[in-house]
Design a protein around this ligand. Sequence first.
Ligand SMILES: Nc1ncnc2c1ncn2[C@@H]1O[C@H](COP(=O)(O)OP(=O)(O)OP(=O)(O)O)[C@@H](O)[C@H]1O
Ligand SMILES: [Mg+2]
Length: 204
Amino acid sequence: MHALRGANLDLPRGRFTAIMGPSGSGKSTLMHCLAGLDQPSGGTVTVAGTDLGSLDDDALTIFRREHIGFVFQSFNLLPMLTAGENIVLPLELGGRRVDDAARERARMLADILGVAGRLGHRPAELSGGQQQRVAIARALITQPDLLFADEPTGSLDSTTSAEVLDHLRRSSRELGQAVVMVTHERDAAAYADYVVTMQDGRIV
Ligand SMILES: Nc1ncnc2c1ncn2[C@@H]1O[C@H](COP(=O)(O)OP(=O)(O)OP(=O)(O)O)[C@@H](O)[C@H]1O
Ligand SMILES: [Mg+2]
C-alpha cells in the first residue's frame, strides 16, 4: 500500500495552507510525515533547513517540541489532566517554566477559543467541540513555526468554526507561522491562502 507517492510540497512561512481530498487519499499520513510523527520509506522532509530524516529519536522529539504543533484528528488530550493542564503541558515537557506570561497566554488562547470557563475540567467532562478547542490551544501555546491541524473544525458549530479559522489565519500572518490544515469543508478551506488537493497519495 502506497499511502503517499510523488507528494511534493512547499509550505512557506506566514502562510495558511489547506489540504483537501477524499477519505483515504493520504492527508493524515502526509501531515504525520511532515511533522516527523511518521517516517516516509522514501523521500525527505525539511523543516526550517533541517532534514527530519537526519535526526535520531531524541533529537527529533526535541525538534518537534521546539518547532512543531499538531492538532490531531482524534484530539489526543490526556484524560487525567484538566483542560488547563493539557494546554500548558507542551511548555512543561519542554522544560520551560510556566510563569505568569505563559499562564496569561494560555488564558488568552482559552478566551479566544471559548473554553476559558472549562479549564478546570477533564476531557471526559467536555463536549467534542470543546476538546477540539483545548487541543488547538495546546498546539498554539508554544507558538510553533509550523502548525498542523487535522480537521480542526470537524466538531465545531459554524460560529466557533469561523472564530477558530480566523485565529489560525491571523496566527500565520502575525507570528509568521506555516499553518497547514486538513479539511473536508470548502468554507473552511476558503480561509487559507492556498488549497492543496490530494488523490491516491498524490498532490493533484
Ligand atoms: N498504518 C497504516 N498501515 C497501512 N495502511 C495505512 C496505515 N495508515 C493509513 N493507511 C492507509 O493509507 C491511506 C491513507 O490514509 P490517511 O489516513 O492518510 O487518509 P486520509 O486522507 O487522512 O483520510 P480521512 O479523510 O478518512 O482522514 C488509506 O488507504 C489508509 O487505509
Ligand atoms: Mg485523516
